[in-house]
Design a protein around this ligand. Structure first.
Ligand SMILES: [Zn+2]
Length: 117
C-alpha cells in the first residue's frame, strides 16, 4: 500500500501531465517510459508508480519536473537495469543511460501543464 504522501504526490504529477484525465475515480494517461496507456486509482494510487527521471541515487529530487507516472514494471526495469550504478560501469553504457534520461526529461517537459490552483 502507498502512503498518503505518495498518493498525494501522484495526484500532483498527474495534474501537471497533460496526457492525464480524470475518468470514473481514476487518472488515465500515458506511461512516461513506454508511452502506453496507464491508469491508476485516485484514492490510493493503485496501478502506477512514481518514477524519478533523474534518479535519487544520482541526486535527483522530488521536484514535480523530475517525477513522472509509469507502469510498475517499467519503473522496475529502469531501476534495476539502468539506475543502479553497477549497471553503468562501461562508459558507453553510461552514455546511453544519460541520453535515455535526457529523452525522458524532454518528454516530461512536452507533456507539462500548469496545475490548477
Ligand atoms: Zn510503461
Amino acid at each position: 500500500m502507498k502512503s498518503a504522501a505518495t498518493v498525494d504526490l501522484m495526484n500532483r504529477v498527474a495534474q501537471t501531465d497533460k496526457t492525464f484525465k480524470k475518468i470514473d475515480g481514476q487518472w488515465v494517461g500515458k506511461c512516461l517510459i513506454c508511452n502506453g496507456r496507464l491508469s491508476f486509482r485516485i484514492s490510493d494510487g493503485f496501478g502506477a508508480n512514481i518514477e524519478h527521471i533523474f534518479p535519487r541515487v544520482l541526486g535527483g529530487t522530488d521536484a514535480l519536473e523530475n517525477l513522472a507516472l509509469t507502469h510498475p514494471a517499467c519503473n522496475g526495469e529502469k531501476g534495476r537495469h539502468w539506475d543502479a550504478p553497477r549497471q553503468r560501469r562501461a562508459p558507453e553504457r553510461n552514455l546511453a543511460y544519460l541520453e535515455m534520461v535526457k529523452r525522458f526529461q524532454e518528454r516530461r517537459q512536452e507533456r507539462w501543464r500548469n496545475p490548477e490552483i
